[in-house]
Write a protein that binds this ligand. Structure first.
Ligand SMILES: N[C@@H](CCC(=O)N[C@@H](CS)C(=O)NCC(=O)O)C(=O)O
Length: 203
C-alpha cells in the first residue's frame, strides 16, 4: 500500500490526485508540520530536508512531488496521463511538469519561505519581487495554454496535475482572482472527480 505523508493544502496533493486519477489505493499520513517534528531524526529519515510530501511504496521512499507524479504514472498508469516517450508531446509533458514546480511554484514558495523565516522582519521588496516572478510565470502559462483545454491539448496529463497544485499555491500566496482564462482552466481542473476526491481525502 502506498503511503503519502502530507499536510493539507501542500504539494502532497499532487501525489494524492495522481493516485485518485489512476484509482491506485493509497493512505494519507497527516504529519505534524511543526519544525520540531519535520527536523526530528525520525522524519529526516524519510525526508532528507524535512519537507512534505513523502511517498512510500514498499521499499521506495520519495520526497519530490513531481518525481512522485511521474513515478505513479509510469508504474501504475498503464499508458494514462502521459504521452509515450517517443511521442511529439513527450517533451512538452516534461517541460510543463518541471516548469510547474521548479519555476512557477518555487517562485510562490519563496514568499512563504521568506515570511516563515523572518516573521518579524518581512521585506516588502522581497515579497514584491517573488510576486512579480510568479505572475510572469502565470503569463507564460496563459500564452502557452491559449485555447487548449489542457497543457497537452485534448488530453489531461500529469503536467496538469503539477500545474493545478501550483495554481492553488499562487491563489493562496500571490494573487487572486486569476485572470479569466486561467480561472477557466482551473475550473476544469477542479471539476475533475479525482480532484474533488483528493480535496475530500486530505481534510
Ligand atoms: N520541490 C519539493 C518542494 C517541497 C516543499 O517545499 N514542501 C513544502 C510544503 S508544500 C514544505 O514542506 N515546506 C516546509 C519548508 O520549506 O521548510 C516538492 O515538489 O516536493
Amino acid at each position: 500500500m502506498i503511503t503519502i505523508y502530507h499536510f493539507p493544502n501542500t504539494r502532497g496533493l499532487r501525489a494524492i490526485w495522481t493516485c485518485e486519477e489512476l484509482n491506485v489505493p493509497y493512505k494519507i499520513e497527516l504529519i505534524d508540520f511543526s519544525p520540531e517534528y519535520r527536523f526530528s531524526p525520525e522524519f529526516l529519515k524519510i525526508s532528507p530536508i524535512g519537507k512534505v510530501p513523502v511517498l512510500q511504496d514498499d521499499s521506495i521512499t520519495m520526497s519530490e512531488s513531481g518525481a512522485m507524479v511521474h513515478y505513479l504514472i509510469d508504474r501504475y498508469g498503464e499508458g494514462k496521463l502521459r504521452p509515450e516517450t517517443g511521442h511529439s508531446l513527450y517533451p512538452t509533458y516534461l517541460e510543463w511538469s518541471w516548469f510547474a514546480e521548479a519555476t512557477f511554484t518555487s517562485s510562490a514558495s519563496e514568499i512563504i519561505r521568506h515570511k516563515r523565516a523572518f516573521p518579524e522582519n518581512i521585506n516588502v521588496e522581497v515579497i514584491t519581487e517573488f510576486k512579480r516572478r510568479s505572475t510572469f510565470c502565470l503569463e507564460a502559462l496563459m500564452n502557452f495554454l491559449g485555447k487548449k483545454k489542457w497543457l497537452l491539448g485534448d488530453k489531461f496529463s500529469g503536467a496538469d496535475i503539477m500545474m493545478g497544485v501550483g495554481l492553488t499555491t499562487y491563489a493562496r500566496h500571490v494573487a487572486k482572482p486569476f485572470p479569466s482564462m486561467i480561472q477557466k482552466y482551473f475550473d476544469r481542473l477542479s471539476a475533475r472527480p479525482a480532484f474533488v476526491r483528493t480535496k475530500q481525502a486530505e481534510s
